[in-house]
Write a protein that binds this ligand. Structure first.
Ligand code: CA
Length: 360
């Protein structure tokens, strides 16, 4: 045991795992090819990828070939409503801060030290924005991917909801990309969005993800549901469907948006991925909240996207903001919903009842 751990740590010292970026799995006519970059040594490698060759890949921080099914069906699933879920953990806006995200999941009983699912039949909700800003986006994506497979096998679920940074990447908007991924793209000779194109495994996965999910009467959605959107489309399953049918992989998204006022609304500042209105006194009132909850038949809405220093409740916890500024890389919290109660879960595993005082 001792010699094995010495060997492992020696190997880790020579090549920091975070320098190995990948693998990116591309489907082609000749089969699947795994490509990756060493962003410190400025080298790129590739090899044919099958279940057999997968085990010969170098060690990536979170990539687990035994959990990858190349033939997986990634058709978008209609949003389901889940009821009777015993426990829920939600977090958002990890923005490439893999270590902070991992610590939060570990401290709050979602994973063990080896990044395996330990949350049983509970549901984990990642309320968007794994991409951009930080330098461990790929590690975070593979972690959540793995947990989704393991959770499903355990009778739990992982819901990774699209955020505006997921759709920005799919659309080719790389303004917020960490410098590390400029090295990867240059070494692999690809644009960043091509690393997540429809011919890639993670790209297909991303294109199957919903914008919203409802669990135990709580709707989770990255930006929020505005009065304007709910007046136009009140069913979250329909919002997911419209988004996938008309915007994900649209030949020309700008054309779709300019020709359809409804899609323009869904993809705009009042749309579910960009909305910040709940936190602005001038644009949103208690009456608006009553309207939105009544139209969507929900009790509560949990959102990311707008950053706070902690998980925070508004309107007597009928709106809960879970973007706890993980993006800065040292802080963060998760929301825990269990037995009808709401808690802040800290990075040291402390549970703090979410204040029911109306913040505004
Ligand atoms: Ca966002």
């Amino acid at each position: 045991m001792l010699s094995l751990s010495l060997v492992l740590s020696a190997a880790a010292d020579t090549v920091p795992p975070a320098a190995l970026d990948g693998p990116y799995l591309f489907y082609g006519e000749e089969g699947v090819v795994a490509r990756w970059a060493n962003t410190e040594e400025h080298t790129a490698e590739q090899q044919a990828y099958t279940a057999a060759t997968a085990t010969t890949l170098p060690h990536f921080t979170t990539f687990r070939p035994e959990l990858v099914d190349l033939d997986r069906d990634f058709s978008p699933l209609p949003a389901k409503q889940y009821t009777g879920v015993s426990k829920i953990v939600a977090l958002s806006d990890i923005h490439g801060q893999f270590e902070t995200g991992r610590k939060l999941l570990l401290a709050n009983g979602v994973i063990d030290r080896n990044n395996n699912w330990t949350f049983g039949t509970g549901h984990l909700v990642v309320v968007g924005d794994i991409f951009d800003r930080g330098d461990q986006v790929t590690e975070t994506l593979w972690l959540i991917y793995n947990l989704q497979v393991q959770a499903t096998a355990a009778g739990g679920m992982v819901h990774f909801l699209l955020g505006n940074h997921e759709t920005m990447v799919l659309e080719g908007d790389d303004r917020y990309l960490n410098a590390k991924y400029r090295i990867t793209t240059s070494l692999l000779g690809k644009f960043y969005h091509e690393l997540y194109g429809p011919d890639t495994h993670l790209g297909r996965w991303l294109r199957s993800l919903p914008l919203a999910v409802e669990i135990n009467g709580t709707v989770f959605i990255h930006g929020g549901l505005s009065r304007e959107v709910v007046r136009e489309v009140s069913d979250i399953g329909r919002i997911n469907q419209l988004y996938h049918d008309y915007l994900i992989d649209a030949e020309d998204m700008n054309e779709v948006i300019s020709e359809s006022p409804r899609m323009n609304l869904l993809h705009g500042r009042l749309g579910p991925l960009w909305y910040r209105g709940y936190f602005s006194k001038n644009t949103f009132t208690e009456r608006d909240l009553e309207y939105v909850l009544r139209k969507t038949s929900a009790d509560r809405i949990v959102v990311g996207h707008t950053s706070f220093t902690a998980v925070q409740g508004f309107y007597n916890n009928r709106i809960i903001a879970v973007d706890s500024s993980i993006k800065f890389g040292s802080v963060g919290e998760v929301l825990i919903l269990e037995d009808g109660a709401a808690y802040r879960g800290t990075i040291t595993g402390q549970r703090i009842p979410l204040s029911t005082e109306t913040t505004k």
